[in-house]
Write a protein that binds this ligand. Structure first.
Ligand code: PHE
Length: 347
Protein backbone atom coordinates (compact mmCIF):
# COMPACT_ATOMS: atom_id res chain seq x y z
CA UNK A 1 0.00 0.00 0.00
CA UNK A 2 1.20 3.46 -0.71
CA UNK A 3 1.01 6.61 1.44
CA UNK A 4 2.67 5.16 4.54
CA UNK A 5 5.57 7.20 5.76
CA UNK A 6 6.62 4.65 8.36
CA UNK A 7 7.11 0.91 7.86
CA UNK A 8 6.23 -1.70 10.46
CA UNK A 9 9.93 -2.53 10.69
CA UNK A 10 10.80 1.07 11.53
CA UNK A 11 8.06 1.19 14.11
CA UNK A 12 9.26 -1.99 15.81
CA UNK A 13 12.75 -0.51 15.92
CA UNK A 14 11.36 2.57 17.69
CA UNK A 15 9.57 0.37 20.24
CA UNK A 16 12.72 -1.62 20.90
CA UNK A 17 14.78 1.55 21.25
CA UNK A 18 12.30 2.78 23.81
CA UNK A 19 12.55 -0.43 25.82
CA UNK A 20 16.34 -0.47 25.53
CA UNK A 21 16.54 3.02 26.95
CA UNK A 22 13.84 2.78 29.63
CA UNK A 23 14.77 -0.56 31.24
CA UNK A 24 18.37 0.27 32.29
CA UNK A 25 17.22 3.71 33.45
CA UNK A 26 14.62 2.10 35.70
CA UNK A 27 17.08 -0.46 37.04
CA UNK A 28 19.63 2.30 37.67
CA UNK A 29 17.28 4.61 39.61
CA UNK A 30 18.62 4.51 43.16
CA UNK A 31 15.97 6.58 44.91
CA UNK A 32 12.25 7.20 44.71
CA UNK A 33 12.96 10.66 43.30
CA UNK A 34 15.27 9.32 40.62
CA UNK A 35 12.65 6.76 39.67
CA UNK A 36 10.03 9.51 39.42
CA UNK A 37 12.30 11.38 36.99
CA UNK A 38 12.63 8.25 34.84
CA UNK A 39 8.86 7.78 34.90
CA UNK A 40 8.31 11.37 33.79
CA UNK A 41 10.83 11.11 30.98
CA UNK A 42 9.66 7.83 29.48
CA UNK A 43 6.01 7.54 30.43
CA UNK A 44 5.12 11.17 31.09
CA UNK A 45 1.95 12.45 29.50
CA UNK A 46 3.52 15.54 27.92
CA UNK A 47 6.73 14.48 26.20
CA UNK A 48 7.35 10.86 27.00
CA UNK A 49 8.14 8.07 24.64
CA UNK A 50 4.70 6.60 25.08
CA UNK A 51 3.14 9.69 23.62
CA UNK A 52 5.46 9.66 20.63
CA UNK A 53 4.89 5.97 19.99
CA UNK A 54 1.11 6.23 20.06
CA UNK A 55 1.12 9.36 17.90
CA UNK A 56 3.30 7.71 15.26
CA UNK A 57 0.94 4.74 14.90
CA UNK A 58 -0.99 7.04 12.55
CA UNK A 59 1.90 7.14 10.09
CA UNK A 60 1.65 3.40 9.46
CA UNK A 61 -0.31 1.58 6.80
CA UNK A 62 -3.73 0.74 8.12
CA UNK A 63 -3.04 -2.95 7.75
CA UNK A 64 0.05 -2.72 9.95
CA UNK A 65 -1.46 -0.75 12.77
CA UNK A 66 -2.91 -3.68 14.77
CA UNK A 67 0.40 -5.54 14.90
CA UNK A 68 2.28 -2.34 15.72
CA UNK A 69 -0.18 -1.49 18.47
CA UNK A 70 0.26 -4.95 19.99
CA UNK A 71 4.05 -4.60 19.98
CA UNK A 72 3.74 -1.19 21.56
CA UNK A 73 1.40 -2.46 24.30
CA UNK A 74 3.60 -5.40 25.20
CA UNK A 75 6.55 -3.12 25.72
CA UNK A 76 4.48 -0.62 27.67
CA UNK A 77 3.30 -3.33 30.08
CA UNK A 78 6.89 -4.57 30.58
CA UNK A 79 8.15 -1.06 31.29
CA UNK A 80 5.28 -0.27 33.68
CA UNK A 81 5.81 -3.56 35.54
CA UNK A 82 9.52 -2.79 35.87
CA UNK A 83 8.68 0.65 37.27
CA UNK A 84 6.23 -0.77 39.81
CA UNK A 85 8.70 -3.42 40.89
CA UNK A 86 11.50 -0.92 41.33
CA UNK A 87 9.15 1.34 43.29
CA UNK A 88 8.33 -1.56 45.61
CA UNK A 89 12.04 -2.20 46.20
CA UNK A 90 12.86 1.43 46.91
CA UNK A 91 9.78 2.12 49.11
CA UNK A 92 7.91 -1.00 50.19
CA UNK A 93 4.20 -0.41 50.63
CA UNK A 94 2.83 -1.07 54.09
CA UNK A 95 -0.22 -2.95 52.96
CA UNK A 96 -0.30 -5.83 50.55
CA UNK A 97 3.26 -5.78 49.23
CA UNK A 98 6.30 -7.37 50.78
CA UNK A 99 7.30 -5.78 54.07
CA UNK A 100 10.78 -4.38 54.50
CA UNK A 101 10.94 -5.93 57.97
CA UNK A 102 8.46 -8.72 58.68
CA UNK A 103 9.48 -8.78 62.36
CA UNK A 104 7.99 -5.30 62.97
CA UNK A 105 5.21 -5.41 65.57
CA UNK A 106 1.69 -5.19 64.15
CA UNK A 107 -0.09 -1.91 64.55
CA UNK A 108 -2.49 -1.84 67.52
CA UNK A 109 -6.11 -1.50 66.55
CA UNK A 110 -8.71 0.23 68.73
CA UNK A 111 -12.34 -0.77 68.59
CA UNK A 112 -14.97 1.48 70.14
CA UNK A 113 -17.72 0.16 72.40
CA UNK A 114 -21.31 1.24 72.76
CA UNK A 115 -21.67 3.38 75.89
CA UNK A 116 -23.22 1.38 78.80
CA UNK A 117 -26.18 3.78 78.98
CA UNK A 118 -26.82 3.34 75.25
CA UNK A 119 -26.57 -0.44 75.67
CA UNK A 120 -29.28 -0.32 78.34
CA UNK A 121 -31.41 1.97 76.17
CA UNK A 122 -31.03 -0.33 73.14
CA UNK A 123 -32.14 -3.34 75.19
CA UNK A 124 -35.13 -1.51 76.63
CA UNK A 125 -36.25 -0.43 73.19
CA UNK A 126 -35.82 -3.96 71.82
CA UNK A 127 -38.00 -5.46 74.58
CA UNK A 128 -40.83 -2.95 74.11
CA UNK A 129 -40.63 -3.20 70.33
CA UNK A 130 -41.48 -6.88 70.63
CA UNK A 131 -44.68 -5.80 72.43
CA UNK A 132 -45.67 -3.54 69.55
CA UNK A 133 -44.41 -0.21 70.89
CA UNK A 134 -43.09 2.32 68.39
CA UNK A 135 -40.71 5.21 69.07
CA UNK A 136 -41.91 8.80 69.54
CA UNK A 137 -39.65 11.83 70.00
CA UNK A 138 -40.19 15.39 71.14
CA UNK A 139 -38.20 18.61 71.53
CA UNK A 140 -35.67 19.15 74.34
CA UNK A 141 -36.75 22.77 74.72
CA UNK A 142 -40.38 22.99 75.77
CA UNK A 143 -43.05 25.41 76.77
CA UNK A 144 -44.09 25.43 80.44
CA UNK A 145 -47.52 24.27 79.26
CA UNK A 146 -46.26 20.99 77.74
CA UNK A 147 -43.76 20.35 80.53
CA UNK A 148 -46.12 21.19 83.43
CA UNK A 149 -49.55 22.67 82.65
CA UNK A 150 -50.86 20.00 80.31
CA UNK A 151 -49.53 17.40 82.74
CA UNK A 152 -51.81 18.62 85.51
CA UNK A 153 -49.15 20.31 87.62
CA UNK A 154 -50.90 22.87 89.85
CA UNK A 155 -49.88 26.45 89.03
CA UNK A 156 -47.72 26.78 92.14
CA UNK A 157 -45.98 23.40 91.96
CA UNK A 158 -42.40 23.64 93.32
CA UNK A 159 -40.97 21.74 90.30
CA UNK A 160 -41.64 24.84 88.21
CA UNK A 161 -39.43 26.88 90.48
CA UNK A 162 -36.25 28.42 89.06
CA UNK A 163 -34.37 26.31 91.58
CA UNK A 164 -35.38 23.09 89.86
CA UNK A 165 -35.95 23.96 86.21
CA UNK A 166 -33.63 25.58 83.68
CA UNK A 167 -35.46 28.31 81.79
CA UNK A 168 -34.18 29.56 78.43
CA UNK A 169 -36.63 32.48 78.61
CA UNK A 170 -39.93 33.19 80.35
CA UNK A 171 -41.83 30.85 78.09
CA UNK A 172 -39.15 28.34 77.02
CA UNK A 173 -37.48 25.81 79.30
CA UNK A 174 -35.32 22.70 79.03
CA UNK A 175 -37.74 19.83 79.58
CA UNK A 176 -37.35 18.26 83.01
CA UNK A 177 -38.81 14.91 81.90
CA UNK A 178 -39.98 13.13 78.74
CA UNK A 179 -43.63 13.26 79.86
CA UNK A 180 -44.48 16.33 77.70
CA UNK A 181 -44.06 14.01 74.71
CA UNK A 182 -47.08 12.07 76.05
CA UNK A 183 -49.18 15.15 75.34
CA UNK A 184 -47.56 15.83 71.96
CA UNK A 185 -48.11 12.21 70.89
CA UNK A 186 -51.75 12.23 72.00
CA UNK A 187 -52.31 15.44 70.06
CA UNK A 188 -50.70 14.02 66.92
CA UNK A 189 -52.15 10.51 66.74
CA UNK A 190 -55.54 9.04 67.60
CA UNK A 191 -55.63 6.06 70.03
CA UNK A 192 -54.78 3.20 70.18
CA UNK A 193 -51.29 4.40 71.11
CA UNK A 194 -48.33 2.37 72.31
CA UNK A 195 -45.11 4.39 72.24
CA UNK A 196 -41.70 4.47 73.84
CA UNK A 197 -40.13 7.91 74.17
CA UNK A 198 -36.37 8.09 74.74
CA UNK A 199 -34.72 11.47 75.19
CA UNK A 200 -32.53 13.81 77.20
CA UNK A 201 -33.90 15.82 80.09
CA UNK A 202 -32.44 18.58 82.24
CA UNK A 203 -32.74 19.45 85.89
CA UNK A 204 -31.09 22.06 87.99
CA UNK A 205 -29.45 19.45 90.16
CA UNK A 206 -25.93 19.53 91.57
CA UNK A 207 -23.60 17.11 89.75
CA UNK A 208 -22.93 14.57 92.49
CA UNK A 209 -22.62 10.80 92.91
CA UNK A 210 -26.31 10.18 92.26
CA UNK A 211 -27.45 13.23 90.21
CA UNK A 212 -26.57 14.61 86.81
CA UNK A 213 -27.91 17.92 85.48
CA UNK A 214 -28.72 16.26 82.14
CA UNK A 215 -29.61 12.64 81.69
CA UNK A 216 -31.53 10.21 79.52
CA UNK A 217 -35.08 9.08 80.24
CA UNK A 218 -37.35 6.58 78.59
CA UNK A 219 -41.07 7.20 78.77
CA UNK A 220 -43.75 4.68 77.90
CA UNK A 221 -47.35 5.49 77.02
CA UNK A 222 -50.30 3.22 76.25
CA UNK A 223 -53.76 4.66 75.55
CA UNK A 224 -56.74 2.67 74.30
CA UNK A 225 -60.25 1.68 75.31
CA UNK A 226 -60.45 -0.47 78.43
CA UNK A 227 -56.84 -0.09 79.61
CA UNK A 228 -56.33 -0.55 83.36
CA UNK A 229 -53.75 -1.06 86.07
CA UNK A 230 -53.50 -4.78 85.28
CA UNK A 231 -52.07 -3.88 81.84
CA UNK A 232 -49.48 -1.64 83.49
CA UNK A 233 -48.39 -4.28 86.00
CA UNK A 234 -48.31 -7.15 83.52
CA UNK A 235 -46.32 -5.22 80.94
CA UNK A 236 -43.79 -3.79 83.41
CA UNK A 237 -43.34 -7.17 85.12
CA UNK A 238 -42.70 -8.72 81.73
CA UNK A 239 -40.15 -6.01 81.01
CA UNK A 240 -38.40 -6.61 84.37
CA UNK A 241 -38.21 -10.36 83.75
CA UNK A 242 -36.76 -9.82 80.27
CA UNK A 243 -34.37 -7.09 81.26
CA UNK A 244 -33.16 -8.20 84.70
CA UNK A 245 -33.61 -11.96 84.34
CA UNK A 246 -35.86 -13.69 86.87
CA UNK A 247 -36.02 -10.57 89.05
CA UNK A 248 -38.76 -10.10 91.63
CA UNK A 249 -40.59 -6.79 91.48
CA UNK A 250 -42.75 -4.76 93.82
CA UNK A 251 -45.00 -1.76 93.28
CA UNK A 252 -45.11 1.01 95.88
CA UNK A 253 -47.77 3.73 95.93
CA UNK A 254 -46.41 7.07 94.77
CA UNK A 255 -47.52 10.43 93.47
CA UNK A 256 -47.20 12.24 90.13
CA UNK A 257 -49.59 15.03 89.07
CA UNK A 258 -50.10 13.36 85.67
CA UNK A 259 -50.97 9.82 86.84
CA UNK A 260 -53.63 8.53 89.22
CA UNK A 261 -53.09 6.14 90.86
CA UNK A 262 -49.29 6.25 90.71
CA UNK A 263 -46.73 3.62 91.62
CA UNK A 264 -42.99 3.17 91.67
CA UNK A 265 -41.60 -0.19 90.64
CA UNK A 266 -38.63 -1.75 92.41
CA UNK A 267 -36.69 -4.82 91.32
CA UNK A 268 -34.83 -7.03 93.75
CA UNK A 269 -31.17 -5.97 93.92
CA UNK A 270 -29.15 -8.01 91.45
CA UNK A 271 -25.90 -7.47 93.36
CA UNK A 272 -26.94 -8.95 96.74
CA UNK A 273 -30.10 -10.78 95.60
CA UNK A 274 -32.18 -8.95 98.16
CA UNK A 275 -30.08 -9.45 101.26
CA UNK A 276 -28.89 -5.83 101.34
CA UNK A 277 -25.68 -4.22 100.10
CA UNK A 278 -24.12 -0.88 99.25
CA UNK A 279 -25.69 -0.70 95.79
CA UNK A 280 -29.27 -1.01 97.15
CA UNK A 281 -28.43 0.97 100.30
CA UNK A 282 -29.14 -2.14 102.41
CA UNK A 283 -32.80 -2.26 101.30
CA UNK A 284 -32.54 -5.28 98.99
CA UNK A 285 -34.50 -3.35 96.30
CA UNK A 286 -33.62 -0.99 93.46
CA UNK A 287 -36.14 1.60 92.30
CA UNK A 288 -36.28 1.57 88.51
CA UNK A 289 -39.31 3.54 87.37
CA UNK A 290 -42.29 5.73 88.12
CA UNK A 291 -45.64 4.84 86.60
CA UNK A 292 -49.39 5.16 86.84
CA UNK A 293 -52.70 5.43 85.01
CA UNK A 294 -52.78 8.52 82.83
CA UNK A 295 -54.73 11.24 84.67
CA UNK A 296 -57.99 12.10 82.86
CA UNK A 297 -56.97 15.78 82.96
CA UNK A 298 -53.91 14.94 80.81
CA UNK A 299 -56.04 13.14 78.24
CA UNK A 300 -58.43 16.07 78.14
CA UNK A 301 -55.71 18.71 77.75
CA UNK A 302 -54.43 16.71 74.74
CA UNK A 303 -57.94 16.60 73.30
CA UNK A 304 -58.58 12.90 74.00
CA UNK A 305 -62.01 11.82 75.29
CA UNK A 306 -61.27 10.58 78.83
CA UNK A 307 -64.71 8.93 79.10
CA UNK A 308 -63.88 6.65 76.23
CA UNK A 309 -60.11 6.17 76.58
CA UNK A 310 -57.82 5.28 79.46
CA UNK A 311 -54.11 4.62 79.58
CA UNK A 312 -50.97 4.07 81.59
CA UNK A 313 -47.49 5.54 81.46
CA UNK A 314 -44.08 5.06 82.98
CA UNK A 315 -40.75 6.84 83.04
CA UNK A 316 -37.34 5.43 83.83
CA UNK A 317 -33.67 6.39 83.64
CA UNK A 318 -31.32 4.10 81.70
CA UNK A 319 -28.37 5.78 83.45
CA UNK A 320 -29.57 4.74 86.90
CA UNK A 321 -30.40 1.32 85.51
CA UNK A 322 -26.87 0.97 84.12
CA UNK A 323 -25.45 1.86 87.56
CA UNK A 324 -27.61 -0.77 89.22
CA UNK A 325 -26.87 -3.42 86.63
CA UNK A 326 -23.09 -3.01 86.86
CA UNK A 327 -22.84 -2.00 90.52
CA UNK A 328 -21.27 1.36 89.58
CA UNK A 329 -21.08 3.57 92.69
CA UNK A 330 -20.96 7.06 91.11
CA UNK A 331 -23.07 8.37 88.21
CA UNK A 332 -20.35 10.86 87.19
CA UNK A 333 -18.18 8.00 85.90
CA UNK A 334 -20.74 7.54 83.11
CA UNK A 335 -20.01 11.03 81.80
CA UNK A 336 -16.19 11.01 82.06
CA UNK A 337 -15.56 9.46 78.62
CA UNK A 338 -12.64 7.56 80.18
CA UNK A 339 -11.75 4.79 77.74
CA UNK A 340 -10.32 2.66 80.56
CA UNK A 341 -13.80 2.60 82.09
CA UNK A 342 -15.81 2.39 78.86
CA UNK A 343 -13.56 -0.32 77.39
CA UNK A 344 -14.94 -2.78 79.96
CA UNK A 345 -18.36 -2.72 78.33
CA UNK A 346 -17.61 -4.35 75.01
CA UNK A 347 -20.34 -6.80 74.15
N1 PHE B 1 -41.95 11.98 84.50
C1 PHE B 1 -41.72 11.29 85.74
C2 PHE B 1 -40.32 11.71 86.26
O1 PHE B 1 -39.56 12.27 85.54
C3 PHE B 1 -41.74 9.80 85.56
C4 PHE B 1 -43.08 9.26 85.17
C5 PHE B 1 -43.43 9.13 83.85
C6 PHE B 1 -43.98 8.87 86.13
C7 PHE B 1 -44.66 8.62 83.49
C8 PHE B 1 -45.20 8.37 85.81
C9 PHE B 1 -45.55 8.24 84.47
O2 PHE B 1 -40.01 11.47 87.40
Amino acid sequence: MSGATLTIGDYQALVSAFEAEAMPAIAGADSVDALEAVRAKHLGRAHGWLRTLSARLGELDRGDRAAAGRAFNEVRVRVEDALAERQQTLAPAREGGALADPTMPARHSWAGVVHPVSQVLDEMIAIFRELGFTIALGPETESPWYNFGALNFPADHPAMDLHDTLYVSDDVLLRTHTSPVQVRTLQAYPPPIRVLIPGNVHRRDPFDASHAPAFTQVEGLVVDEGIGFADLKATLNHFARRFFGAAKTRFRPSYFPFTEPSAEMDVVCGVCNGSGCGVCKQTGWIEILGSGLVHPAVLESAGVDSERYTGWAFGMGPGRTALARHGIPDIRILYDSDVRFLGQFSR
